[in-house]
Design a protein around this ligand. Structure first.
Ligand SMILES: C[C@@](CO)(OP(=O)(O)O)[C@H](O)COP(=O)(O)OP(=O)(O)OC[C@H]1O[C@@H](n2ccc(N)nc2=O)[C@H](O)[C@@H]1O
Ligand SMILES: Nc1ncnc2c1ncn2[C@@H]1O[C@H](COP(=O)(O)OP(=O)(O)O)[C@@H](O)[C@H]1O
Length: 275
């Protein structure tokens, strides 16, 4: 089974409080971004006993066993001991440590592939429970529709936000930022605006009102983030922001606008198109 685990963008991100379990209470929104890895999951040929993962494309740091695709398999195997072995191939495209949720997307798509090819018949709510155990934002990628996320960023409500056809540019500035490190730099605070309310207003009104709290917290250590954001505004973006805990910065243009030619230094990675 071949799937294309896509990335996400965060539109606004309020870090409201630190919880007793060490996680943070959030308010954010997730929208799917059509920038994707490719993940093939097959039953092993001749019923070979071991699950394998071949990696191509962008290097994924860490030991193979820590790859979220294999962690997804291990989680199901613990509950379904008779689960046959699988042969996985992940072609990594989405930058890592980018705030684009690439690892979480791989995990969610892997869970769904195991469910389908091995006929586990897990209902959507059961798959979401497994996904939450793999990462706070992982369950978003099962439905992949715009949501407002609260709690640890794992409780979702549908968001009536239709950005289809909106031109976007996503810039990864050649450096990854660990999510845990980014949270350590933030001072939680109550938000000034209700994100749901501000996102209900036109894109043209979002600048300065749809706020990602990680931007201020990361600015001293990563000045490149503000530089890229400024360049996107200079190029005519209606709204620009850091995604999640960074390091990717994106710009959104009004529907029908033509994206200007933009050039970025190596080793930046850039993706653009229509949402
Ligand atoms: C920041 C966000 C915003 O959408 O996304 P990314 O920028 O990573 O894509 C998410 O909160 C990331 O979700 P996810 O990447 O699934 O996080 P996890 O693997 O569960 O947690 C990684 C680490 O981030 C911190 N963490 C995560 C979520 C949260 N609500 N509070 C936290 O403090 C914890 O230190 C945790 O150990
Ligand atoms: N399949 C995977 N793709 C990307 N990162 C993965 C994967 N499996 C495990 N990881 C680990 O997850 C971390 C980054 O996850 P990722 O979701 O890309 O971060 P972010 O959401 O901030 O972009 C890294 O430590 C990386 O080694």
């Amino acid at each position: 089974m071949l799937t294309f685990p896509n990335a996400k963008l965060n539109l606004g991100l309020h870090i409201i409080a630190k919880r007793p379990d060490g996680y943070h209470e959030l308010e954010t929104s997730f929208v799917p971004l059509p920038w994707a890895d490719a993940l093939e999951v097959l039953p092993t040929p001749n019923a070979a006993p071991d699950t394998t993962l071949a990696l191509t494309g962008r290097p994924v740091p860490g030991a193979l066993a820590t790859n979220l695709c294999l962690k997804a398999y291990a989680l199901l195997k613990a509950d379904f001991p008779a689960l046959p072995a699988a042969q996985l191939h992940l072609h990594k495209v989405v930058p890592i440590g980018a705030g684009l949720g690439g690892g979480s997307a791989d995990a969610a798509f892997a869970l769904r592939s195991f469910n389908d090819i091995f006929g586990l018949q897990l209902a959507p709510a059961q798959l979401a429970t497994y996904a939450r155990r793999l990462g706070a934002d992982c369950a978003f990628f099962l439905e992949n529709t715009p949501v407002l996320a609260t709690g640890k960023g794992d409780e979702f409500e549908p968001l009536p936000l239709d950005l289809r056809g909106t031109p976007y540019v996503v810039v990864w500035p050649g450096v990854g930022i660990s999510t845990a490190e980014a949270y350590r730099r933030v001072r939680p605070q109550a938000p000034q605006h209700s994100l749901r309310q501000v996102l209900a207003e036109p894109l043209a009104t979002w600048r300065g009102r749809v706020v990602n709290d990680f931007e201020e917290a990361l600015a001293p250590a990563y000045p490149v983030l503000a530089e890229v954001k400024q360049q996107l505004y200079a190029a005519g973006a209606a709204f620009a922001s850091l995604s999640g805990s960074g390091s990717a910065v994106f710009g959104l243009w009004e529907r029908g606008a033509t994206l200007p030619p933009l050039s970025w230094p190596s080793p930046y990675a850039v993706w653009q198109g229509l949402l």
